[in-house]
Design a protein around this ligand. Structure first.
Ligand code: ZN
Ligand code: ZN
Length: 345
């Protein structure tokens, strides 16, 4: 066993390690920008061919099919932190919310009756039914790439098995745990700006690990916009990537955060940091943008630390099953579930 592990470690090259990192982030973008912000919430539009391409890309994440992903995610939003939530750390415990739920047979099926807007595309249903096809092809592509590099670029020190291990297995395992942190940690760690009927949190650390998904409390408050970081200082790499993709014509119709939601956030627990940023920007008007930005960032840091001492608005009596988001919630079977600025799925 020790020998096997040693041999495996000796098989690491800088190229393979960087490939694992690159494939983590390019596929995390697929999880957040495609499985989540397209198939689950339809926060932007694309063509049918574009949709199929996005589904193939998302298939390389090895998180089952996009339809399975969307069904379970919509269910999560409807029952967040309630008894029916498949992966609430408050109801089922941390381990179950992180990894247990996805191994349970009762969570294997896709209830197509709850995702009729996606069920009408047979190519998507096929990819969802045979959800191992894309991952297997991806794994073989890593083998092939490694073999080619060993032959034509021996200086990189990699080979077929090394690329399979690092490009596929290591990267995919890290990707799973990064994604799973949103189900587990994002309902435990961080601060709550909005008084949602769940325990979703905003976390900068999770936003980095998951390319913007860490602003989970923002997202639970308003799910129809393309960005999860509602303010400019809430880093949201997935949104930046989707914005770039929109310039290519592959996607379009990205949805912005309504002013009413931004105003609501201004009066929530982070309002002091927001106001401090605005004051600082006023004080530095007329100076260079860099000089203006530095004291603004410092003001935000101080004000955020101060705001952390305040009583956070949290639900008082445990998780709620029924949500009231100002009439924005739409049941999965209701007309208009696939689109609409104010549609919350
Ligand atoms: Zn969501
Ligand atoms: Zn959540």
């Amino acid at each position: 066993m020790v020998t096997a592990v040693t041999q495996w470690m000796e098989g690491v090259s800088a190229f393979a390690a960087w490939a694992a990192v690159f494939l983590y982030f390019i596929r995390m973008f697929a999880v957040t920008g495609i499985h989540h912000r397209y198939f689950s919430h339809k926060t932007y539009s694309t063509s049918r061919a574009g949709q199929f391409f996005l589904a193939l890309w998302a298939g390389t994440t090895v998180q089952r099919g996009s339809l399975w992903w969307a069904y379970h995610h919509r269910h999560h939003h409807q029952h967040s932190d309630g008894p029916e939530d498949a992966h609430s750390p408050h109801v089922h415990g941390f381990l179950w919310s992180h990894i247990g739920w996805i191994t349970s047979r009762r969570n294997f099926p896709t209830d197509y009756s709850k995702i009729k807007d996606l069920q009408k595309f047979p190519e998507l249903v096929w990819l969802n039914r045979f959800d191992l096809v894309v991952p297997i092809l991806f794994a073989f592509s890593m083998l092939g790439l490694g073999a080619l590099l060993e032959r034509y670029a021996p200086g990189l020190g990699t080979n077929a098995w090394q690329m399979l291990v690092w490009g596929f297995f290591v990267s995919t395992t890290a990707l799973f745990h990064g994604t799973a942190c949103i189900n587990s940690m994002a309902h435990l760690m961080g601060k709550r700006r909005f008084k949602t009927d769940d325990d979703s949190r905003n976390s900068f650390i999770l936003a980095i690990i998951c390319l913007g998904e860490g602003w989970h409390n923002n997202h639970h408050r308003y799910q129809s916009c393309t960005r999860n970081g509602f303010y400019w200082w809430e880093i949201d790499p997935t949104y930046y990537g989707l914005k770039l993709l929109s310039y290519t014509g592959l996607i379009w119709g990205l949805k912005s955060v309504p002013q009413s939601i931004l105003d609501e956030g201004m009066h929530a627990d982070h309002h002091r940091s927001i106001e401090a940023a605005a004051r600082s920007a006023d004080l530095n008007a007329g100076t260079s943008s860099l000089r203006a930005m530095l004291p603004t960032a410092a003001a935000i840091a101080v004000a955020t630390a101060t705001a952390a001492q305040a009583d956070l608005p949290k639900k008082a009596d445990g998780p709620a099953i029924h949500k009231d988001l100002s009439g924005e919630m739409v049941k999965p079977n209701a007309p208009g579930v696939t689109s609409g600025q104010n549609t919350i799925i």
